[in-house]
Design a protein. Structure first.
Ligand code: FAD
Length: 282
């Protein structure tokens, strides 16, 4: 594949490891991935769950390694006081970038709390901290699974952007047309926010099917049936996944996507290889 004349920004997403061994493994993965010169790395956040300290620890480690880092920050179930306290903590840690989300409540958890939508969180962050934070928000080219309708979802997205978001990162998708249609719709609404394409490498078909069923990302039938036909043949799954995702990224880049956000799943190999094929690796 021919390298692009311009180098698109790449950001990398990690999840907080649950064990000391996982922390060491992630540190080694990060060292490999830093060769891609990421614009920043983000670390997910368990809404109402137990991984919130892990998020901050991983973000601190990335900052200490000399790279920009953004905690994901969800508001579901939170109070204004608890959000204010965390914003203060982020500032003390030198954090300048946040991925602001509503989040999903773990089952059995109480009500929404004082924030109903991600737009409420974005507005609160702006009211409390002005322009201190660069704010990224989530976007859903294939429509958020709980949305009343695609149109209602777009309106909700516009509200979130107008509340003060700087950049949007999409849920992962394998259908480039859905992404381009979403960007057209957003532009028609007068929003000029960059919409970074969220990219999920394909390395494990069972895990991918499970995630996609939960988050509403569609696996096109031709990809699903090819993956099913490979059964337990991991080498074939990985080889196919690299081809599919590299071709997706290549088209997205040719047709104007402003950057890629890789859902690395705390693994270096697939993201590195896709970037190498695209000519994005340093
Ligand atoms: P919102 O923008 O609030 O949207 C949620 C739903 O409410 C949508 O259906 C929307 O249409 C509707 N809605 C929004 N505003 C309004 C309104 N004003 N009126 C009516 N309806 C409205 N989850 C985690 O728990 N931790 C993470 O770290 C995490 N990271 C993510 C990173 C990315 C890039 C993405 C794309 C998703 C991530 N998620 C994460 C998942 C996310 O939390 C869920 O998709 C969640 O269900 C919605 O979060 P949101 O910020 O998009 O919410």
């Amino acid at each position: 594949m021919t390298p692009s004349p311009h180098r698109l920004p790449v950001s990398l997403e990690f999840f907080p490891p649950k064990t000391p061994d996982g922390v060491d493994k992630l540190a080694a993965v990060r060292q490999k991935l830093y060769a891609l010169q990421p614009a920043y790395c983000s670390v997910t956040y368990g809404a109402g769950g137990s991984t919130q300290d892990g998020t901050l620890q991983a973000v601190r480690a990335i900052l200490a390694e000399g790279h920009d880092a953004a905690p994901h920050f969800s508001c579901i179930g939170a109070s204004q006081d608890s959000i204010r306290e965390k914003l203060q903590q982020f500032r003390q840690d030198g954090i300048r970038r946040l991925v602001a989300l509503r989040g999903d409540l773990p089952s059995g958890y109480g009500g929404f709390g004082e924030f109903r939508h991600a737009s409420d969180l974005v507005a609160f962050i702006r009211a409390e901290t002005g322009d201190h934070f660069h704010i990224e928000v989530a976007a859903y080219p294939e429509t958020h699974p709980q949305a009343r309708s695609p149109e209602a979802d777009l309106q909700a997205f516009a509200t979130k952007v107008r509340a003060g978001a700087d950049v949007a990162i999409t849920q992962y998708f394998y259908n480039a047309d859905a992404y381009f249609r979403f960007v057209d719709d957003v532009r028609r609404m007068g929003l000029d926010i960059p919409v970074i394409a969220g990219i999920m490498p394909i390395t494990n078909s069972t895990q991918l099917m499970r995630f996609s069923d939960t988050c509403g990302a569609e696996i096109p039938r031709w990809i699903r049936s090819r993956l099913q036909a490979f059964g337990d043949d991991r080498d074939s799954i990985q080889a196919f996944g690299l081809d599919v995702v590299t071709q997706l990224c290549d088209r997205l880049r040719r047709e104007g996507a402003p950057g890629f956000h890789f859902y690395t799943m705390n693994q270096a190999t697939a993201t590195t290889e896709i970037c190498r094929r695209l000519g994005l690796a340093a």
